[in-house]
Design a protein around this ligand. Structure first.
Ligand code: THU
Length: 160
């Protein structure tokens, strides 16, 4: 038996002021998208904004449904749209902001497992890392230099 340790690195920023201007702009797009989310069932509003290597910014937010599993998270709404509109563009980074109407979120909210798997697909396809920045409504911002840090032991097409 051999123990295998898996390590991930994240960077935490206290405020948006510590981030480069273009990242702040992207996070503000995610915040605006969050405010347009359709989340009448959970009251949990999430926005995502992607910067592509063609300089386009794509946003998405969570879209809920009376049949709960038919809804979709913000991150997948955004990245599937990017993939459908610009299939050859690479994703440079994604910014995510999540907030609840029930109580203010003050810590970084990471993407759910399904969204990590979906983002991983594009990172593996494009063969360059996707930076992920995520935050609540207020408070610290977390940065991962690549999706791989958020999803060790990814299920990838190599095994198929
Ligand atoms: N949600 C997202 O949009 N992204 C995530 O990564 C986690 C959860 C949405 C789905 C649902 O509409 C609400 O947040 C509560 O789970």
């Amino acid at each position: 038996m051999k123990e295998v340790k898996i390590e991930s690195t994240l960077y935490l920023y206290d405020t948006l002021d510590e981030l480069p201007k273009d990242v702040v702009l992207l996070m503000n797009k995610a915040i605006e998208a969050r405010e347009r989310a359709y989340a009448p069932y959970s009251n949990f509003y999430v926005g995502a904004a992607l910067l592509l290597d063609n300089n386009k910014i794509i946003t998405g937010n969570n879209q809920e449904n009376a049949s709960y599993p038919s809804g979709l998270c913000a991150e997948r709404t955004a990245i599937f749209y990017a993939g459908s509109k610009y299939p050859n563009a690479k994703v440079i980074r994604m910014a995510i902001s999540a907030g609840s109407k029930n109580n203010q979120t003050t810590s970084p909210i990471p993407p759910c497992g399904s969204c990590r798997q979906a983002i991983a697909e594009y990172e593996i396809k494009q063969e360059t890392p996707i930076e992920i920045y995520f935050m609540g409504e207020v408070g610290k911002i977390a940065k991962s230099n690549s999706l791989a840090n958020l999803l060790p032991l990814v299920f990838d097409k190599k095994v198929l």
